[in-house]
Design a protein around this ligand. Structure first.
Ligand SMILES: [Zn+2]
Length: 264
């Protein structure tokens, strides 16, 4: 990190993600958010936030039962994601259906996401960190890029969205500004969330995603997630951003939208 960045960042205090009440959470695949920050989602819902998930791809590439038709696989994935959303208290899931691991562009997805931001009017956007140094899965960094660019361009009325319409239960009844952007799977986390009381709820949600995991690989993931959360808690303790009483944590990089655009 160079000194100039520190100076600019210090002019923009880290927003309080728990002040957000209307959250647009954008992921590449159905399980990205729940695996990374399902505990945070649970806490935001308990705190009164309405949360809409947007899944950018159809998520079909990872389905392990190759005998299933695309239609049946898609319907199973959707069912599993809806069960997980119900466990966490998420308002709903909207799918853009770009081909999983396919040749779709950030520009296409960005246009859709601009429309969704305009229609849903979030005060917070959560997405994958597109600047994670070692992310090789293009769906992940493309979804993150499309989401952060939509965040800064949604209010620029000369930038076109697309002709999609989210279900009316997700439509906003008033306009508001995005106050916070939270990037998960980030290598520059600045916010550590205590998930001690909600870890079990997160694991219950993650365990719904059975189409893409064998019994063994699901068990391995459910075993790894608490360990990973303990590791994040240790980092949070070491940088004095998390009480030492906390055992399990999720972490993310939280920014003001202004920090995403040099011209602001
Ligand atoms: Zn993913």
């Amino acid at each position: 990190m160079n000194s100039e960045f520190v100076e600019i960042a210090s002019m923009m205090p880290t927003p309080d993600i728990f002040s957000c009440k209307r959250v647009l959470a954008i992921q590449a695949h159905y399980d990205d958010i729940d695996i990374a920050i399902g505990g945070l989602i649970t806490k935001l819902v308990k705190n009164g936030a309405e949360i809409l998930y947007v899944t950018v791809t159809d998520d079909l590439a990872g389905v392990i039962d190759l005998t299933l038709s695309k239609e049946i696989a898609a319907s199973r994935l959707k069912n599993e994601a809806e069960k997980a959303a119900q466990i966490l208290g998420v308002l709903g899931i909207y799918n853009l259906n770009y081909p999983d691991a396919g040749d779709w562009s950030v520009y296409q997805a960005r246009r859709d996401l601009i429309t969704i931001v305009r229609q849903f009017q979030p005060d917070c956007v959560l997405t994958l960190d597109p600047w994670l140094n070692t992310e090789a899965h293009a769906d992940h960094y493309k979804s993150g890029f499309a989401a952060v660019e939509a965040t800064i361009l949604a209010d620029v009325l000369g930038v076109e969205g697309t002709d999609l319409h989210i279900p009316k239960e997700f439509l906003a009844n008033h306009k508001q500004e995005i106050q916070a952007v939270g990037l998960f799977n980030s290598s520059q986390a600045n916010t550590f969330v205590d998930i001690d009381q909600v870890l079990e709820t997160k694991l219950a949600a993650v365990s719904q995603y059975i189409s893409q995991f064998t019994v063994d690989s699901m068990a391995a993931m459910l075993g790894a997630l608490p360990k990973r959360s303990k590791y994040f808690a240790g980092i949070g303790h070491s940088v004095n951003k998390l009480s030492r009483e906390v055992t399990y944590s999720e972490c993310l990089k939280v920014l003001s939208p202004g920090a995403l655009h040099a011209a602001r």
